[in-house]
Structure formats: structure tokens, C-alpha cells
Design a protein around this ligand. Structure first.
Ligand code: SPD
Length: 275
């Protein structure tokens, strides 16, 4: 008998064939599932939503991290909010200027399960530059003003506990947690399924940052296969700031990000750009 897992996102349903259920339990915060899928390898699912898979995680994590870190002149201190699987931290650590990465993840079970079942992502969490804070990332940022060069929001979808990470208070704390020249990025939603909501988040961010740019990446296991991000700064244009030598070093190990993505990813569809 065939086993399938499907995610329903509004009126869209996507399904993947499953070889084996490796782990399934409820933490204090959410339902956690690890599947071994036929097309995408191991998959982390939280509350029924696909968070990451071994095969396409590179698209999401590289695109959440590298445009932002390369837009910063010299990123040394980075805070990742969410991202307990470790994929975002792994990409941040590829930047040689980075001295300290704080991972603020509310659910320690996500970290533990990822360490056990997704070592290609979570092994980065053992790096001596990484400081793990188990707790509310929004609170953490609010309590650490002017401490970071880059803040990366690697959240769940904006439902339940994840909703706070798309609100005004959180965006204001992210701005306040940054030092001069700082860069903030949040994963957002699908322009195909939720363009109004992406616009709403961009408008909110614009209250705290003078430059807010949407960009996109192809992430096949996310609803519609195309995912958006918002990059916010005080006047830095990420599309033309990456130093070629730093970029070349990063591209030695990336599977998705290329130098062309630093500008091409910001070419959003006309229906969104023109709105
Ligand atoms: N709809 C899925 C959005 C998930 C974004 N965060 C994923 C976390 C992976 N590190």
C-alpha cells in the first residue's frame, strides 16, 4: 500500500510519496513530524506544514541568508529567529567575518529532532560560534538593542505562534536590534497564493526601514513552489552591494545561490511589482 503525505494551503493541496514515518510527536508548541519521502528525502513538517526537506532546503536557506549577508559590509554578529533545524545557521557560518550567531528558537524539540534526523542541517548548531537561546525570539530581539549586523527571521507560517513574527512590534524590535548598516530579512509567503499578505508585511516593515525589497526563490515543497522574502535596510540596495570576492567564496559551496541571484531574485512578477 502506498503512503502519501499532503499539505493543504487554502485551496491548494500538494502531496509527496512517503517511504517511512521516522518520527511523530507533539511538543509543548506543535505537532512535529519527520518523514522519509521518495522525491525529496527527509522532510520536517510542523503542524502539517512542510518546513524543509533534504533535497530542496538549499534553495530556501541559501536565499534567506546570502543576499542579506552579502549586502552587509562586514557581518559579524547575526541573530536567527526560529530556524531550529539549523539550515539557516549553517549558511550564515559560511561567511568568514561572522564571529557569533544567536539562534533564538522557541521549541527545543525541533532542535533535538533535527539533530537526530536532519544532521546535514543541524550539525552546524555545534559550531563554537553558535549560541542557542531556547525561548521567544521576539522577546529576545526586544531585549537586545543594537547588538546585531543581520537579523534573519526563519519563522513558520503566520498562523498560531508564528503570527507574532509578522507584526509591528516584532518588526520594530528587529530594527532596534540592528546596529548601523544592519540588514533584516524575513521569509514571507507565496506571491501566487498570498500577494496581499506579502504587500501587507512589506508595508508594515516600511514603517521601520526606509528600503524594503521583496525577492523570490523556487522552493518546490512550499505551497505553489515559489516563495517570497522581504529584505529591509536603512537605504542599502542589496541588489548592487555584494563584494565579488566574498560572493565567490560563498558560491564555492552553494547549490542554489549564484552571483546572478543577488540581483535577479529581486525581479518579482509584474503583478506584484506594479501593485
Ligand atoms: N510554508 C513554509 C514556510 C516555512 C518557512 N520556514 C522554514 C524553516 C526552515 N528552516
Amino acid at each position: 500500500m502506498e503512503l502519501w503525505f499532503s499539505e493543504t494551503f487554502g485551496d491548494i493541496r500538494t502531496a509527496w510519496r512517503v517511504k517511512e514515518v521516522l518520527y511523530h510527536a507533539r511538543s509543548k508548541y506543535q505537532d512535529i513530524l519527520i518523514l522519509d519521502t521518495v522525491p525529496f528525502g527527509r522532510m520536517l513538517v510542523l503542524d502539517g506544514c512542510v518546513m524543509t526537506t533534504e533535497r530542496d532546503e538549499c534553495a530556501y536557506h541559501e536565499m534567506l541568508v546570502h543576499p542579506a549577508l552579502l549586502a552587509h559590509a562586514r557581518p559579524q554578529e547575526v541573530c536567527v529567529v526560529g530556524g531550529g533545524d539549523g539550515g539557516t545557521v549553517r549558511e550564515v557560518l559560511k561567511h568568514p567575518t561572522v564571529k557569533r550567531v544567536v539562534l533564538a528558537e522557541i521549541d527545543e524539540e525541533v532542535i533535538a529532532v533535527s539533530r537526530q534526523y536532519l544532521p546535514s542541517l543541524a550539525s552546524a548548531l555545534g559550531d563554537p560560534r553558535v549560541e542557542i537561546v531556547v525561548g521567544d525570539g521576539a522577546r529576545y530581539l526586544a531585549d537586545h538593542p543594537r547588538e546585531f549586523d543581520v537579523v534573519l527571521s526563519d519563522s513558520t507560517d503566520p498562523v498560531g505562534p508564528g503570527a507574532a513574527l509578522f507584526g509591528d512590534a516584532y518588526f520594530q524590535s528587529a530594527r532596534n536590534a540592528l546596529r548601523e548598516g544592519g540588514v533584516f530579512v524575513t521569509q514571507c509567503k507565496s506571491l501566487w497564493a498570498d500577494a496581499d499578505s506579502v504587500r501587507d508585511s512589506a508595508a508594515r516593515l516600511s514603517r521601520y526601514f526606509s528600503t524594503v525589497l521583496p525577492y523570490v526563490a523556487a522552493v518546490p515543497t512550499y505551497p505553489t513552489g515559489s516563495w517570497s522574502f522581504l529584505l529591509a535596510t536603512q537605504g542599502v540596495d542589496a541588489r548592487c552591494t555584494a563584494a565579488a570576492d566574498r560572493q565567490a567564496l560563498i558560491c564555492e559551496t552553494t547549490r542554489y545561490y549564484t552571483p546572478a541571484h543577488q540581483s535577479a531574485a529581486f525581479a518579482v512578477p509584474a503583478f506584484h511589482a506594479g501593485a
